[in-house]
Ligand binder design. Structure first.
Ligand code: SF4
Ligand code: SF4
Length: 213
């Protein structure tokens, strides 16, 4: 007969005193170790909707849907629970101090219908005031503005987003400037419309100065 080793005897005595290492699942709910890498969960209050997690996810378990026609427009962040491999890359890449999405200790992922195996959060979306395309989530633009500090005031999209948050943006100001053909530069714009309007205004300015010369 093979005799147990001293270490095994020690473990057996320890288990007798402290209780068994294994849980009695399914009779009792299993509580995993605090460092267990379980289901990642979005934190709607921290996430800024930047899509970095979607970009790094190796199995496309994160996706988004921009709902421009909602009032207000929203970006829906989607996490597919049945695709996720719990690798933690999303948490590692999260720009919101790794708190926008975070691995939890949740491990019981049984579903009766696989079509329900997803979780979502919604973030308010800023649309381009000319073409209506998504510029980014309001929280993300504010995050960038905060990082840039006073440099954010070189971008109307950033400072107008911040002023709107503070209730200081005056839409009438835009209307007043409309007849001067320069108002488009003082709007929240996507990169394409920013380039187009800037070039158009500068082209008009160069034509005007050429005519007056
Ligand atoms: S844990 Fe890994 S697989 Fe799951 S959503 Fe995050 S990056 Fe994707
Ligand atoms: S803030 Fe974090 S969780 Fe939210 S979209 Fe960006 S990377 Fe993903």
């Amino acid at each position: 007969m093979k005799l147990p080793k001293v270490r095994e005897l020690g473990e057996a005595v320890k288990a007798l005193i402290k209780g068994p290492y294994t849980s009695s699942f399914p009779r009792e709910t299993h509580t995993p170790h605090q460092n267990f890498r379980g289901l990642p969960k979005f934190n709607a209050g921290k996430c800024v909707g930047c899509l970095a997690c979607e970009a790094v996810c190796p199995v496309n378990a994160i996706a988004h849907e921009d709902r421009m026609d909602d009032d207000p427009p929203v970006r829906v962040m989607i996490h597919y629970l049945d695709t996720c491999i719990f690798c933690g890359q999303c948490e590692a890449a999260c720009i919101a101090d790794h708190l926008g999405i975070k691995l939890s200790t949740e491990w019981d992922l049984t579903f009766f219908d696989r079509a329900n195996a997803f979780e979502t959060i919604e973030k308010e979306l800023q649309l381009c005031e000319i073409c209506g395309d998504a510029v980014g989530c309001t929280a993300h633009l504010l995050w960038i503005a905060n990082r840039l500090g006073e440099l954010a005031y070189s971008s109307p999209t950033l400072y107008l987003t911040r002023m709107k948050q503070l209730g200081l943006a005056d839409d009438l100001l835009v209307a007043h400037k409309a007849d001067q053909n320069r108002s488009d530069r003082f709007k929240i714009l996507c990169a394409r419309c920013r380039r187009t309007t800037t070039m158009t205004v500068e082209e008009q300015a160069s034509v005007t100065s050429a005519e007056s010369a």
